[in-house]
Design a protein around this ligand. Structure first.
Ligand SMILES: Nc1ncnc2c1ncn2[C@@H]1O[C@H](COP(=O)(O)OP(=O)(O)O)[C@@H](O)[C@H]1O
Ligand SMILES: [Mg+2]
Length: 584
């Protein structure tokens, strides 16, 4: 209910239109009122008096009335359509903007499809509620306010019969309410699960196919669909039963009115036409009563959607600028981890007491088995997550004291799997720096050893990639990501396994290019192939979320430990390969 009020708040900027809509609704309602009276007039006056001329007047009256109603309805629907679309627009815009502000931890905890369901489905439900539900609600309330006095004025004895029936609706409805509400919530959740699963399985179609799991996935999907079907049917059944009750009550009420009314007609206390008109007006009352029940069902459904949309909007980003955050426009690139511990779930630490300091311009390599926490460590530098204990400092400032925008602008980041958007190559490279000049873009592409390939394409930098454009190989994607990260001329460059997807030859090329782009920056390079990091200023060796050793390559290979093991392993396999190629 609270959230409903909040939703109505979205109509506030459009009050004038809302007021006009309500006025038009009132006109539509009023335009239906004369009909029973006209019927009465025809039955009680025109027919007995054989006033056939009046039938022409009646004809034009009815035609005029419906014409008027049609025109007003048209305007009303247009206005409502506009309001509904406008609110959807506002809500979608706000939701998406807010989703962009939310921290990565929000996304870690949720399926992409479920997040999408909120922005798309829930907001659609809300739109339907505004343009459909609310409007009938208002017209119905208006109708009740006008028609109730009319029927009492016409014949109060009959009116009582009609009015006494209304509370029975309420009682019946109350009996059903709890079931309807819980069904709505369940249906919403199942729907969510459906979209979530669909998105995940489509994104992972390669895995599904590689493991021959198509049939299994179809079956699993069908189970979810079936759940939806069953719940939907239960809901439909419930609605129909409720509808049946309401119809029976209405029919009973109408029957009673005819029964008692016929007596009044026989006693000449009432004209036959009056009785017909009266029943006509009562029909106007039952319609809204019926629809109010329907509206309530709809409202339960929409209520769940409204709650979820506002829940998203109310989620506070975990990572936000401190009120006194400094802009730090000129980063030098010194990085320090001061006894940092961190866990995605604070209960389950992933990094333990990580402590080291890096001078501006240093090249730091990070090695260790997968799952050691290398990615996690570099994620803390760009403040994708906040430490659980200790502090990460850039230029001696706690990253929590620096404006996020400044951090992200001055850190170049190439992640483990590069993500490109379905736009042109140029736009992809210039993603973080959209006002870059052509020269800058070409330079970045050259550095990443991608320029020649791009120039070989007919459209060059204007080539679209993705669905309806060229498809890049993993290595090309990775090089594009490197171009993108270095274009912004960042003070700190983070390469998370940026070259591991490349074949040795390309890697050697990219490596040479990287050495160029790394100059004058602080670099964090995570790599599996030790050949790429042997010349690092310092190598941080990680295992199980701890730093187990720090040093230069020459020192580290001397000591027994994780690094030496890695080295021996790779050295040996390289030797084996060389041997194999010699022996053919
Ligand atoms: N987003 C996440 N949410 C929860 N746990 C995570 C997340 N990312 C990584 N982890 C966990 O943190 C640990 C370290 O992961 P990661 O830093 O990716 O290791 P590495 O990059 O060295 O392979 C792993 O146990 C992994 O399961
Ligand atoms: Mg990693």
């Amino acid at each position: 209910m609270n959230n409903l009020g909040r939703l109505l708040g979205y109509l506030k900027p459009y009050r004038a239109r809302v007021a006009l809509a309500v006025l038009l609704m009132a006109l539509v309602t009023l335009s239906t009122l004369p009909m029973p009276r006209i019927t009465q007039y025809v039955l009680d006056v025109v027919l007995p008096g054989k006033l056939y001329r009046m039938l022409v007047v009646v004809f034009w009256l009815i035609l005029g009335l419906y014409l008027f109603r049609g025109i007003v309805s048209f305007g009303l629907n247009y206005l409502l359509g506009w309001l509904g679309q406008r609110i959807v627009f506002d809500l979608r815009f706000q939701s998406y903007r807010h989703l962009n502000r939310l921290s990565l931890s929000y996304y870690d905890k949720r399926q992409t499809g479920k997040i999408m369901a909120r922005v798309i489905d829930d907001i659609n439900v809300i739109q339907y509620m505004i343009t459909g539900g609310f409007v009938t609600l208002i017209t119905d309330i208006l109708t009740l306010f006008v028609v109730v006095p009319v029927v009492f004025y016409m014949e109060w004895r009959l009116a009582w019969i009609a009015v006494v029936i209304v509370p029975t609706y309420v009682v019946i409805y109350k009996l059903f309410l709890k079931r309807i509400r819980s069904l709505s919530v369940q249906l919403r959740e199942k729907w969510d699960a459906l979209i979530g699963a669909l998105q995940e399985k489509i994104a992972g179609i390669t895995v599904v196919k590689a493991f021959n799991r198509e049939d299994y996935e179809v079956e699993r999907f069908m189970t979810t669909v079936k759940d939806n079907f069953t719940l939907g049917m239960t809901q439909a059944k419930l609605n129909r039963i409720l509808g049946l009750f309401v119809t029976i009550i209405s029919a009973g009420g109408t029957g009673l009115i005819y029964w008692y009314g016929a007596g009044l007609v026989l006693d000449r206390a009432l004209q036959p036409g009056e009785l017909i008109a009266f029943v006509g007006y009562i029909g106007y009352l039952y319609g809204p009563a019926l629809r109010l029940v329907d509206f309530n069902i709809q409202a339960q459904w929409a209520g769940a959607a409204i709650d979820r949309v506002f829940e998203t909007l109310d989620t506070r980003p975990e990572i936000m600028d401190a009120p006194d955050a400094v802009p730090l426009t000129e980063m030098r690139g010194a990085v320090e981890f001061r006894d940092v511990s961190f866990g995605y779930d604070p209960e389950k630490p992933v990094l333990h007491h990580v402590d080291f300091a890096v001078e501006p311009g240093e090249m730091i390599a990070i090695v260790g088995p997968s799952g050691a926490g290398k990615t996690t460590l570099v994620n803390l530098i760009a403040r994708f997550y906040d430490v659980t204990e200790g502090a990460v400092l850039i230029d001696g400032l706690d990253v929590r004291q620096i404006r996020l925008e400044a951090i992200r602008r001055q850190i170049g980041y190439v992640s483990q799997e590069s993500l490109l958007f379905s736009v042109t190559l140029r736009e992809n490279i210039a993603y973080g720096h959209h006002d870059a000049t052509d020269d800058e873009i070409v330079m970045a592409a050259r550095n990443a050893d991608l320029h020649d390939y791009i120039m070989s394409l007919p459209d060059g930098y204007a080539t679209k990639i993705g669905e309806d454009g060229v498809k890049l190989s993993v290595g090309q994607k990775q090089r594009l990501a490197i171009a993108r990260a270095t274009l912004t001329n960042p003070r700190i460059l983070i390469l998370d396994d940026a070259t591991s997807a490349l074949d040795s030859e390309t890697e050697a090329n990219v490596q040479a290019a990287l050495e160029e782009v790394m100059k004058g920056r602080t670099n964090f390079v995570i790599a599996h192939r030790l050949s790429t990091i042997m010349h690092a200023d310092r190598i941080i060796v990680m295992d199980g979320g701890r730093i187990v050793d720090i040093g230069r390559h020459d020192d580290l290979v001397q000591r027994p430990g994780v690094y030496k093991n890695l080295y021996d392993e790779q050295f040996r396999s390289a030797q084996d390969k060389a041997l194999a190629s010699i022996l053919g």
